[in-house]
Design a protein around this ligand. Structure first.
Ligand SMILES: [Zn+2]
Length: 367
């Protein structure tokens, strides 16, 4: 243990650190007595008892039975994290024709869900997001820990959506608006970054991974040594606007033939609609084009765990197989391990659960 008098930590810092240590030891479903927690966290028994008392008062811990012990004397009470102390609301704005949301407990178990249709192709009104959150808040009587939002586009660290062409948004202070309205923590993050959080926090994902989100647009989340890469202007992962076909369709960004115009959901649906007999070929070709686009990223980062997420009717096993084969054909050597491309653990709830993880990380530091 670092001596706090020497480390310069204030009593408030120490209190927060001690709370975090106890919560992390028990989260989400481990049981320990106070003396076991003292041993695990390295805190004194007195400090441990104080922290436990505070956390019980706040509702985060509860006593559950007694420790089995053969030694004489009163058996110790066991403690566990109370996953029902509060709820989290999560909202996903990445689908073109609907916005969806869930209410979860503090372990990410979905308690309620709602979908609100929105007008595809027009600017999303912020009131529609507020209405969905209000409606979700009414689905539970428990206090609200926070709201997490997954959005396409670029987001800064304050939760301002800097630019989301697919929502028609420019500099929208979504976190600020929701904080004012709901008086709680609000975490707004890019949808592909939320995918990374979901895989890493709830599905035992690798600390080095790439998460490709194929929806109305195409984006990527990058996790390197357990750090989400944001880049110098919060635009890391914007792989959707890399040109892959210079004579292709015009893109919303003003260029022609961006990856998004070839493999995003509207593009795939359009092409399959035009050539229904060639569905298999169109999907495999889209997978190949993604593999081609990812090859340099894989070679640069040595990330070999790639999640490709999208509606299962289009982004399926055939799509992922084509991506995996193409990327390995281009980069596999004795220097780079074989790349594994797979689907997201939580399927369509991925961005939502990643948003839940972001709130838990920010408020309770348990992720
Ligand atoms: Zn573009």
């Amino acid at each position: 243990m670092v001596d706090d008098r020497l480390s310069g930590a204030s009593p408030a810092d120490v209190r927060v650190r001690n709370r975090d240590a106890v919560l992390r030891a028990l989260y989400p479903n481990r049981r320990y007595s106070r003396s076991e927690l003292s041993r695990i966290t390295g805190m004194s028994k007195v400090s441990t008892s104080d922290v436990v008392a505070d956390l019980m008062e706040d509702g985060y811990l509860c006593e559950v039975g007694y420790k089995n012990s053969k030694s004489p004397g009163k058996p110790a009470r066991m403690l566990e994290f109370n996953t029902e102390a509060q709820v989290v609301i999560a909202v996903d704005l990445s689908n073109g024709d609907q916005i969806k949301g869930v209410v979860t407990d503090l372990k990410g178990t979905v308690l309620a869900r709602e979908r609100h249709p929105v007008c595809a192709g027009s600017t999303l009104r912020i009131e529609e997001v507020i209405d969905l959150c209000r409606s979700l808040a009414e689905d539970s009587d428990l206090p609200l820990l926070g709201i997490g939002v997954a959005t396409p586009g670029f987001v800064d660290e304050r939760g301002v959506v800097l630019e989301a062409p697919n929502l028609g948004w420019l500099n929208v202070d979504l976190a600020g608006v929701l904080k004012n309205r709901f008086h709680c923590e609000v975490c707004v993050a890019n949808d592909a970054d939320c995918g990374v959080s979901a895989e890493r926090s709830f599905a035992n994902g690798s600390p080095n991974m790439m998460f490709i989100q194929i929806a109305k647009g195409v984006g990527a989340g990058l996790l390197v040594s357990d750090h989400v890469v944001h880049g110098s202007a919060n635009t890391a992962g914007e792989i959707g606007h890399v040109v892959v076909d210079q004579s292709g369709f015009e893109c919303i960004c003003g260029k022609r033939g961006c990856l998004e115009t070839v493999i995003a959901v509207p593009a795939l649906k359009r092409r399959i609609g035009e050539h229904p007999d060639k569905e298999e070929e169109i999907i495999a070709q889209a997978g190949c084009i993604l593999g081609q686009a990812l090859s340099v990223v894989v070679a640069m980062t040595d990330i070999t765990d790639v999640v490709v997420s999208g509606p299962e009717s289009l982004v399926d096993a055939r799509f992922r197989k084509a991506t995996q084969e193409r990327v390995n054909m281009l980069v596999h050597s004795r220097f780079i391990e074989e790349v594994k491309v797979h689907g997201p653990y939580f399927k369509e709830d991925t961005a939502l659960l990643g948003s839940v993880a972001n709130v838990l990380k920010t408020k309770l530091n348990v992720m």
